[in-house]
Design a protein around this ligand. Structure first.
Ligand code: GLC
Ligand code: CA
Length: 534
């Protein structure tokens, strides 16, 4: 009997930053029609779902992560009709759509906040976290903003402060108010009814704050960033999150095959794991893997830990890139060679867990360097001296060698990476040894082999300190994956076992320099991959 395929578990999810994917109306900003035009490309790549960074109306202080209307599509991306068409066209290709819901805070332009500003007895006043100044006029407590400075913004006409975890233009909603929770559930219901397949919950564990808004205690040790000098025990991760997630999940489960993945803010893997359960989230993100140093020990440890935390019942996921982090191609590689990226792809697509890809990762896009005048990200604007912000990983998708990389006929909102004439989709489609074709082959392999998409994972001891080896076991198939993280050829012994079936080479990565398999050992070229099966 063929096991039923579950798209978010067995498939690959691809994150699109819509502003930067494909512009079709020459305003320099990507749009929904652009994504529709590129669906065949994504289908050929082999993905099962798209996570769209936010597309709700937004004044773009934080580019979509400040929403002024949860029940609409921003006109710069298109209309609700365009969105319905995108859903239809994606579904026709068996591609699922995951929306990014940014519910911890709204934009300060949201009508709810505009109402809440009007007076202390306005019915919406209590929808946000308004507090009187301390007796000496100071902030209501010591909470800071993650983006710098106090978390409290003063409003002189009300003589009150409101709280914002991020920019002042992103006021936090008051989830202790039942009307707010009802309105938030209505947001889920609205998009579920339209046919959306899943949600990514932005910083969901910050929804609830301590009831009395008590100070955060000081954290021991020296910390460069003021934000890190506190234990964030009162501004995030309150127990009330669990029953509310249960309500969300109950609603989502009324619709078949839906999925909810959470971005657990400032969480350790253990904390991120706590929110994953059959009545909570389907999955959560953790940074340990993406932040691993290069080499089998770092990645091996991150994977072993995250995999074990999930156990047999739950399903991990992995990402190397997203819209908040420098690209893996810039973190792990200097220069233009893609050998290390092929190795990372081999690991990423053969682990037990849903692999997330971020647009352009499949062609090895590097971060783009921007001058101070070019910076768009509020984090870069506020903290230029210490942090350049997140624009580097948000540059437009490099489709071809034509003007602006085929992204837009107009000046793009963020400059295109100067490498685009050589590093682009069209060029890589024509090169059988390209990174893009490597990704396509691996995604196909993952889909076709039950050990690779469904098998359990067992990391084998590091016999050779440059080579990560792990086994994936499904009832009908076993796979052995060996990854050489060094720039020299390496040899590893195959695990000797009772099993008499011999290993076969399923994937060797390179036609010109393949791994060599003999009875009990495997020779890997520099940065080489071998996927064996039996
Ligand atoms: C999340 C998003 C990030 C955004 C922040 C505030 O961390 O990933 O891009 O700036 O939340 O919404
Ligand atoms: Ca556009």
């Amino acid at each position: 009997m063929k096991a039923k395929r579950t798209w978010w578990r067995d498939g690959v999810i691809y994150q699109i930053y819509p502003r930067s994917f494909q512009d079709t109306n020459a305003d320099g900003i990507g749009d929904l029609q652009g994504i529709i035009q590129r669906l065949d490309y994504l289908k050929d790549l082999g993905i099962d779902g798209i996570w769209l960074s936010p597309i709700n109306p937004s004044p773009d202080v934080d580019f979509g992560y400040d929403v002024s209307d949860y029940l609409n599509i921003d006109a710069k991306f298109g209309s609700m009709q365009d969105f319905d068409l995108l859903l239809n066209e994606a579904h026709r290709r068996n591609i699922h759509i995951i929306m990014d819901l940014v519910l911890n805070h709204s934009s300060d332009q949201h009508p709810w906040f505009q109402e809440s500003l009007k007076s202390k007895d306005n019915p919406y006043h209590d929808w946000y976290l308004w507090r009187d100044p301390a007796p000496d006029g100071d902030y209501p407590n010591n909470w800071l903003s993650f983006f710098g400075g106090s978390g409290w913004e003063y409003n002189s006409s009300l003589n009150q402060y409101y709280y914002h975890t991020f920019c002042p233009e992103q006021p936090d909603l008051n989830f202790r108010n039942p009307e707010v929770r009802q309105a938030i559930l209505d947001v889920f219901r609205f998009w579920l009814e339209r046919g959306v397949d899943g949600f990514r919950l932005d910083v969901f564990n910050a929804y609830f704050k301590d009831r009395e808004l008590r100070d955060n205690p000081r954290r021991r040790g020296l910390h460069l960033r003021p934000y890190d000098r506190f234990e964030h025990v009162n501004d995030i991760s309150q127990p009330e999150m669990f029953p509310f997630l249960q309500e969300i999940r109950k609603l989502v489960d009324k619709y078949p095959n839906r999925y909810v993945v959470g971005e657990t803010f400032l969480a350790s893997p253990v904390q991120a794991r706590m929110y994953i359960a059959p009545d909570l989230l389907h999955a959560g993100f953790d940074y340990a893997y993406a932040r691993s140093p290069w080499g089998p020990t770092g990645f091996g440890n991150a994977v072993a830990y995250w995999d074990a935390l999930h156990g047999e019942k739950d399903w991990p996921n992995y990402f190397l890139n997203n819209h908040d982090t420098p690209r893996s191609a810039s973190r792990y590689v200097t220069g233009e060679d893609d050998a290390r990226l092929k190795l990372l792809a081999s690991m990423h697509l053969t682990l037990r867990g849903t692999p997330y890809l971020y647009y352009g990762e499949e062609i090895g896009m590097r971060d783009t360097r921007y001058s101070r005048a070019e910076i768009q990200d509020p984090v870069g604007k506020r903290k230029w001296l210490s942090v350049k912000g997140r624009d580097g990983c948000r540059s437009p998708m490099q489709w071809d060698a034509s003007a602006n990389a085929g992204f837009s006929p107009a000046k793009p909102w963020l400059r295109v990476n100067p490498e685009y004439p050589t590093r682009n989709v069209e060029a890589q489609l024509q090169d059988p040894e390209s990174l893009l074709n490597f990704y396509r082959a691996l995604i196909r392999l993952r889909r076709e082999n039950p050990a690779l998409h469904a098998g359990s994972l067992e990391l084998l001891p590091l016999e050779n300190e440059s080579v990560l080896v792990y086994k994936r076991s499904a009832p009908t198939q076993e796979a052995l994956i060996a990854l050489n993280f060094s720039n020299h050829p390496q040899q590893v012994n195959l695990p000797g076992e009772d099993n008499t079936r011999a290993w076969q080479l399923l994937f060797g990565g390179s036609e010109s320099d393949p791994p060599l398999l003999d009875a009990d050992s495997l020779s890997l070229p520099a940065y080489g991959t071998a996927i064996l099966s039996r």
